[in-house]
Design a protein around this ligand. Structure first.
Ligand code: 5MY
Ligand code: ADP
Length: 312
């Protein structure tokens, strides 16, 4: 039976009778093809990528498995529509914490219509894309009975400043993430989720190495999805930390030129995550925070947007 995904953090959603993705119990994610070229471009990408012998095997694990397309009843009640059949990359997690990070300071592609470019450019300017080379598109952190889930409002998350992004990345791996503005994130899971030989940082570095060389595709407006299992880490088990690339509706051919827009964004994200690993947690309660970070944390002089990410 098809249902609305429980753990979707960004993008078009199937709730409220709209067109959006569906999942089943066997671990498949069904993404409806949009009527315009976005749908066909994503099918073209998955088809090409699946059979492209120039893509190294170790890189394939960063992409959802692709099982072709299938005609299904669309979630908006408009009847049968082709859907991409993909691996549901969160289905192996009981309580996933997820962050969708749209990579690139530019989310449009040069061949796009002028009005589309202008719309993207406006979003890139108004969000952290232009300044940081990426923006957090959406996130959820699994909580407990007392704290609940932390799933801040997407429009607020997308506009975080560099200091706020730093804080959000810390909160993402903290045992005490909540809507409470007075809680200092403890970064308790930073080393098990971000660090180690199979953690998020190691995976991003492996991906970056491929992007330093590959010139087959340009991954415009594509996201890195970071997922881990908090319950497991709390019990001393594996974090299940995974990096997956998603959303290929704007991928174009690379024509022998490296994807410097994506590469730059990944480098920037790597730097943010490395800093969390190298800044000892004690720093959050002592004096080694930058003034701006301390302002955000103490909330006495917090910025409006930080207040609202907690209050959302
Ligand atoms: O419709 P909106 O305003 O939610 O915009 C969508 C974006 O949501 P956001 O900017 O995060 O609110 C959405 O961004 P996310 O994937 O949610 O980060 C996409 O950019 C989507 O465009 P496309 O389907 O990739 O061409 C965008 O959809 P279109 O406006 O291009 O249909
Ligand atoms: N293969 C997948 N498995 C599980 N969840 C996914 C998968 N692909 C996307 N998602 C979820 O759906 C959201 C939107 O996906 P995306 O492909 O960006 O859609 P859109 O084109 O509508 O922006 C992601 O933020 C993530 O939460």
């Amino acid at each position: 039976m098809l249902k609305i995904p429980e753990h979707q953090v960004a993008g078009h959603k199937a709730s409220d009778g709209l067109l959006g993705p569906l999942v089943d119990d066997s671990g498949r994610f069904y993404k409806p093809l949009q009527d315009d070229e976005r749908g066909s471009r994503e099918v073209t990408f998955y088809t090409s990528f699946s059979s492209n012998t120039r893509v190294p095997d170790h890189i394939r694990r960063f992409f959802p498995n692709f099982y072709g397309t299938q005609l299904l009843e669309a979630s908006d009640g408009s009847g049968l529509r082709p859907h991409l059949v993909l691996q549901d990359v969160v289905s192996s997690h009981l309580h996933p914490s997820i962050m969708d990070i749209k990579i690139g300071s530019r989310t449009w592609y040069p061949q796009a219509p002028e009005d589309y470019i202008q719309r993207c450019l406006k979003k890139d300017r108004e969000t952290s894309s232009l300044s940081l080379g990426f923006r957090i598109s959406g996130l959820q952190v699994h909580g407990n009975k007392e704290l609940g889930h932390w799933k801040p409002e997407r429009k607020v998350v997308q506009k975080l400043t560099a200091d706020e992004v730093r804080l959000a990345l810390r909160k993402f791996v903290s045992s005490n993430s909540s809507a409470d503005p007075y809680v200092v994130p403890d970064s308790l899971f930073a080393s098990s989720v971000y660090g180690g030989s199979s953690g998020i940082l190691a995976q991003l570095l492996e991906l970056k190495a491929w992007f330093e060389d590959q010139s087959i595709y340009h991954f415009n407006s594509c996201s890195v999805l970071i997922v881990y299992e908090k319950e497991s880490v709390l019990k001393g088990g594996p974090s299940g930390a995974q990096v997956k690339l998603i959303d290929f509706a704007h991928v174009v051919e690379g024509n022998g030129v490296i994807d410097h827009n994506f590469l730059g964004g990944v480098c920037s994200l790597i730097k943010f995550i490395s800093e969390i690993l190298t800044t000892p947690d004690e720093c959050l309660t002592t004096n080694c925070l930058q003034d701006s970070e301390r302002a955000v944390l103490t909330m006495g002089t917090a910025t409006g947007s930080e207040q609202s990410i907690y209050n959302a």
